[in-house]
Design a protein around this ligand. Structure first.
Ligand code: EPU
Length: 422
């Protein structure tokens, strides 16, 4: 198992290029189940979650090939399989999104029910409610969702839940509705750029979708979809992580390819924390001058501040000149990083769905344990500013969502390396 060693105290300077978005790539790859024609998806990041998605698709009769430039070609070879087994779904929750496309095109789906995860229960009731509204017969049996439908029928579906819209719920139901008979109206649809990217890919395949990027999606079902080519949007969470890396080390970092229009809330919060952030041609630049100011941050569905940058933001606010309150409105229990940051000298107290972050003069390097993807990123960021060496274990979490993070931070001047543990 690998670990990452970081020696803190070096301001990051230079340019780093952002990769394609993981959370756009996963449902888009899955949506190729909706056609028997070849699809070409470009700018796909080279990540463990992408490999897991391709192996589920393979299990479902899809053949894929990756070329040197990062493009993935996918073609259907066998339309008969309809089961996504526990072993796959357990590793990656996004695989539950095969339900919608399998039902819509193969009339049947058997998908392992994903369990909870380190940041909460994470139910899929909204996915199932939407698919049932489209006419699917669904039962939960021996830990599997078993769904059937001869042909789905359009319906009006309210997809809001107790924590707002659901990103993958919207993806799942939208993918089913594009092949349903008649018109579907999804109210309280997720507006995240990743959902916009998926909808735009579906339109290229021949789907008829209106209201893309709004909470009301109108879908006119078609009988079949064709192959299409598409380039995945840049990863706004990866871009945000690099921007925070620049901020925490009081450096000057340009994230090439990042889209400022996807990062409005993040730029606003960083600006309030005293950072200089600007859009430059095809890039976003951050530079620091002076102290980090405390700020209050609340995570919300897009265009609000993303929950996937909450842990990284807490790492930054550990070094602020005062007290910040970070409130988690998407996953109220997603605070597992707090205790590991505490081992590095951070002063954070959890109160309900909020973290009270009291800025400290310095963090000190320590051995810490990665617990999930974004929590691991926050430990790397803290390591960049901590005195001495930080040793981050279980870094396979970070490899799910950041490609070669150590090489890319190194290119900005960080003292970071990966070591293979015995
Ligand atoms: N929810 C329900 N019922 C449902 C589905 C969701 O109550 O049927 C709740 C969730 O428990 C949560 C809220 O609704 O409180 C929002 O969850 P959502 O469904 O939007 O999350 P997701 O679609 O499962 C995606 C990303 C996550 C990201 C969230 C929120 C992918 C593959 N995953 O998950 O990304 O945190 O949206 O933006 O797109 C990550 O990349 O590290 C990651 C965890």
């Amino acid at each position: 198992m690998d670990k990452i060693l970081v020696e803190g105290g070096f301001p990051l300077r230079g340019t780093v290029e952002v990769n394609g978005s993981k959370n756009a790539a996963l449902p888009i790859l899955i949506s190729t189940l909706l056609t028997d024609q070849r699809c070409t998806i470009r700018n796909v990041p080279n990540l463990r979650d992408v490999d897991s998605t391709l192996s589920i698709l393979e299990e479902l009769g899809m053949r894929s090939e990756r070329s040197a430039d990062g493009a993935i070609e996918i073609t259907e070879e066998d339309r008969s399989p309809y089961t996504a087994p526990y072993d796959h779904v357990r590793r990656m929750r996004a695989s539950v999104c095969v339900l919608g496309p399998l039902l819509a095109r193969r009339g049947k789906a058997k998908v392992s029910l994903p369990g909870g995860c380190v940041f909460g229960v994470r139910p899929i009731d909204l996915h199932l409610k939407g698919l049932r509204a489209l006419g699917a017969q669904i039962r939960i049996h021996h830990g599997y969702v078993e769904a059937e439908a001869r042909r789905l029928r359009g319906a009006t579906i309210y997809l809001g839940g107790p924590f707002g819209s659901s990103v993958l719920g919207t993806a799942n139901v939208m993918m089913a509705a594009v092949l349903a008979e008649g018109r579907t109206l999804i109210e309280s649809a997720a507006c995240e750029p990743e959902i916009v990217d998926l909808a735009e890919f579906l339109v290229k395949m021949g789907a008829r979708i209106r209201g893309i990027g709004t909470p009301r999606l109108e879908i006119e079902g078609v009988r079949e979809l064709g192959g299409a080519e598409h380039s995945i949007i840049p990863d706004r969470i990866e871009a945000g992580t690099f921007l925070i890396a620049g901020a925490i080390t009081r450096g000057d970092v340009v994230v090439k390819g990042a889209r400022i229009d996807h990062l409005t809330a993040v730029a606003d919060v960083l600006h309030s924390a005293g950072l200089y952030i600007s859009a430059e041609n095809d890039a976003v630049r951050i530079h620091a001058n002076g102290k980090i100011q405390p700020v209050d941050v609340t995570t919300l569905p897009y265009p609000g501040f993303p929950t996937d940058l909450q842990a990284q933001m807490i790492a930054l606010l550990c070094c602020a000149d005062g007290i910040s309150v970070v409130t988690e409105k998407i996953y109220p229990d997603r605070f597992i990083h707090i205790s590991e940051l505490g081992r590095m000298g951070a002063n954070i107290r959890k109160e309900g769905p909020s973290a009270i972050v009291i800025g400290v003069r310095e963090l000190s390097g320590a051995p810490v344990m990665a617990s999930d993807l974004r929590a691991s990123a926050s430990l790397v960021l803290a390591g960049l500013i901590a005195t001495g060496e930080t040793e981050i274990h279980r870094v396979y979490h970070i490899d799910r969502g950041y490609e070669k993070i150590e090489d890319r931070l190194q290119s900005l001047g960080a003292k970071i390396q990966r070591v293979t543990e015995e």
